[in-house]
Design a protein around this ligand. Structure first.
Ligand SMILES: *Cc1c(COP(=O)(O)O)cnc(C)c1O
Length: 388
């Protein structure tokens, strides 16, 4: 990356730091796992790895059900959760509170599935009682498509409450947990979530290219129906290969090795400790940024990514650019109509309080440069970290 080409302020940075909402920074241990000579995928050594990774994922998802590994980014797992679960004539409900909720809607549209949309303003979260009303009003709806952590806004959704509603009515709940697995608790079986989809490059700290579908034990028959036209993402095929430690097609072998290392790292720290650390990181980020005059964009903020509205007179895109050019820190701007309005700071994966101090220090430098000097971010962040 060119650090200084577009700025008159010389960069003081010697390396790039990612605070992106995915792909996230890859820890050294995982880079080392990636550098191994990959075994051939039709060998016992790799079959054993696939079995261990699948068992590990079951522990992270807290399910006794089935996990399918797919060669795709997260959206491939989302597509699998549409084409395997729905049949022509079925009706779905898409919950839309941002870019990734819209992806469910686009997928349903692309496959010609009849669907209702429950949309709220970006930055808010869906009210579960509204889901209840929609389901009771339209009994034809069989499946609800939700997002746990909406990465485009930094908002969290109350999946536990939604699952109570869908389970009580015999409806299926499909949850996009792409920025929540390894960040937020989502005990699939205990909460009653039928299907959870995930991708490798966010909370799991692995490069992009590996996606998962997790099917709860009671939802096993969900993929047995006629479904929609499908081939690459046909989970019936995946189900036949899985007990053999095999995938239907050539898997991204190196990413599977990396994922095994990621699971080991999460389990060494402890899943609960990992969740708590992310909560503290998110609290520290919000408190520190607030001390600098930023506002949190989401009403119910997630612990994966923090959406921030800059203080009056400071442009979000100018902050994003200065962070990159001067500090070599990569954050994301807003998407679609939020472009130029917010910045999104990711803290998923192996981040610690010192990482948050670093980005807050850089944000302090930015607001001072743009004429809104403020102080106290570090103290506020530490207090928030300690309070959780
Ligand atoms: C990143 C992401 C996706 C999937 O994006 P891919 O680019 O296909 O990996 C889906 N949902 C959410 C909430 C995400 O953050």
């Amino acid at each position: 990356m060119t650090l200084t080409a577009t700025t008159t302020t010389p960069s003081t940075a010697t390396r790039v730091r990612l605070y992106t909402p995915g792909p996230v920074e890859i820890p050294v241990r995982i880079l080392r796992a990636l550098s191994q000579v990959p075994p051939h995928h039709r060998t016992d050594v790799f079959r054993d790895t696939v079995r261990r990774v699948t068992e590990g994922l079951k522990r992270l998802h807290q399910t006794q059900g089935e996990i399918f590994l797919l060669s795709a980014s997260g959206s491939g797992a989302m597509e699998a959760a549409v084409v395997n679960l729905l049949a022509p004539g079925d009706k779905a409900l898409a919950l839309v509170a941002g870019k990734f909720g819209e992806r469910w809607q686009s997928l349903l549209k692309a496959y010609g599935v009849a669907h209702e949309v429950l949309a709220v303003e970006w930055g808010s979260s869906i009210d579960p009682s509204e889901v209840e009303r929609r389901l009771d009003r339209d009994p034809a709806i069989t499946t609800v498509y939700a997002t746990h952590s909406e990465t485009s806004t930094g908002a969290l959704h109350d999946i536990q409450a939604m699952a109570r509603i869908t389970r009580a009515r015999g409806k299926r709940l499909v949850v996009d947990a792409i920025t929540s697995l390894g960040v937020h608790p989502l005990p699939q079986d205990e909460w009653g979530v039928d299907v959870v989809v995930c991708g490798s490059q966010k909370g799991l700290m692995v490069p992009p290219g590996l996606a998962t579908v997790s099917l709860a034990p009671w939802a096993a028959s969900a993929i047995d129906g006629p479904g929609l036209p499908r081939f690459y993402f046909d989970l019936r095929k995946a189900r036949k290969s899985a007990p053999l430690g095999e995938t239907s097609f050539t898997p991204p072998v190196s990413l599977v090795l990396a994922l095994e290392e990621a699971i080991a790292m999460i389990e060494e720290e402890g899943l609960e400790a990992v969740h708590l650390r992310h909560e503290r990181l998110a609290r520290a980020t919000r408190a520190g940024a607030q001390a600098l005059g930023f506002k949190t964009f989401a009403t119910h903020p997630a612990h994966s990514v923090t959406g921030l509205v800059p203080p009056d007179g400071v442009e979000a895109s100018a902050v994003v650019k200065r962070l990159r050019d001067v500090h070599a820190m990569v954050v994301a701007g807003g998407q679609d109509h939020l472009k130029g309005k917010i910045l999104r700071v990711g803290h998923m994966g192996r981040y610690d309080l010192s990482d948050i101090y670093a980005i807050l220090g850089a944000l302090e430098e930015c607001v001072a440069t743009f004429g809104r000097p403020a102080r106290g971010a570090i103290e506020a962040a530490r207090a928030a970290w300690e309070s959780a």
